[in-house]
Design a protein around this ligand. Structure first.
Ligand code: MLT
Length: 309
């Protein structure tokens, strides 16, 4: 009977509003992507999806909370390359495991990494930036969203390639970090493109390079790291929805269907593409594909982060 009633519940799902935990501050890349996609998912599912920003410890506070939430499909999390991969080697006492404690639901977007600086930071291009940061290592600072966040991890990689250890300035997300960069209170940052396109186009910050093989259509004048002279720095993050382990397969399938529908919607696609996101191809949108991505990303980042820490 218990099984039947669980199945009946899964079929009726969702009968009330869903909470989407975002592990960083409002207005940052994860928040923006989560809101764009869940706005459409709510229409498909016929229930509202309430975004709750739970900040702290590079996103691991919220992810711990999501891992312990009821596995009934009413509490989900939009995690990313940091919370669901880089956190594993960086937090030896991590209270969750991205693979063991979550059901992958669906990949939302790929997010190329940009090397950004405050508008009046002296270097004009990436080559000058490298020379300048090396010469001023003890004075220069880099903003990030906490240990294990994408901005932290990708700049750790950049800094190790440049052979520098600048001062890190942690924020609760790159939304507030971006405000500090625009305000000139911090020097540079490695951030996901969705957080940077409006500022770069508005001239309120500088972008030295995008760390992907191709230039991004949303910022056609920003060179790739290869073009700008630092081919070793390649980095693209991703954001994805996860449910607590044991969430019924029918519920995960319904949620995944709503993700896929959102990613096929012209309005959603335009908003994501205008911000420089990479929309996942059909084969990359399944729960199984996300599970494989998480496994591969943990394997990829573990040696890199152990080497630089
Ligand atoms: C955010 O939404 O603030 C970011 O995803 C933070 C980060 O991981 O750099």
């Amino acid at each position: 009977l218990g099984f039947l009633s669980a199945q009946a519940q899964a079929q009726a799902y969702p009968t009330r509003s869903i909470t989407m935990i975002v592990p960083f501050a409002a207005g940052g890349p994860t928040d923006v992507i989560a809101r764009i996609v869940t706005g459409h998912m709510a229409q498909t599912l016929g229930q509202s999806i309430i975004v709750e920003n739970v900040v702290g410890a590079g996103g691991t506070t919220a992810t711990t909370r999501a891992s312990k939430a009821a596995n009934d499909g009413y509490t989900l999390i939009t995690g990313h390359m940091g919370t669901h991969a880089a956190s594993v080697p960086l937090y030896p006492k991590l209270a969750y495991h991205p693979e063991k404690d979550f059901e992958p639901v669906g990949l939302l977007a790929g997010t190329p990494i940009l090397i950004l600086a405050r508008k009046d930071f002296p270097p004009k291009d990436l080559k000058e930036f490298i020379t300048y940061v090396k010469a001023n290592e003890s004075k220069v600072n880099a903003a990030h969203a906490g240990v294990g966040s994408v901005s932290n991890v990708s700049c750790e990689l950049l800094n190790s390639i440049m052979g520098v250890k600048p001062i890190g300035v942690p924020f609760n997300g790159t939304g507030p970090a971006m405000n500090a960069l625009v305000g000139g209170q911090v020097d540079y940052m490695c951030d996901q493109i969705v957080n940077a396109v409006p500022q770069v186009n508005g001239g309120t910050i500088k972008a030295y390079a995008v760390a992907t093989a191709e230039r991004n259509p949303s910022l056609p004048n920003v060179p790739t790291t290869t073009e700008a002279g630092l081919p070793a720095f390649q980095a693209q993050a991703w954001n994805a929805i996860f449910a607590p382990k044991g969430t019924p397969p029918d519920v995960v399938a319904k949620l995944n269907g709503a993700v896929v529908k959102a990613l096929d919607d012209e309005g959603v696609r335009k908003r994501l593409l205008d911000l420089g996101s990479v929309i996942p191809a059909a084969a990359d949108r399944t729960p199984a594909a996300l599970g494989t991505l998480v496994k591969n990303e943990i394997a990829k980042w573990t040696p890199v982060l152990k080497a630089v820490n």
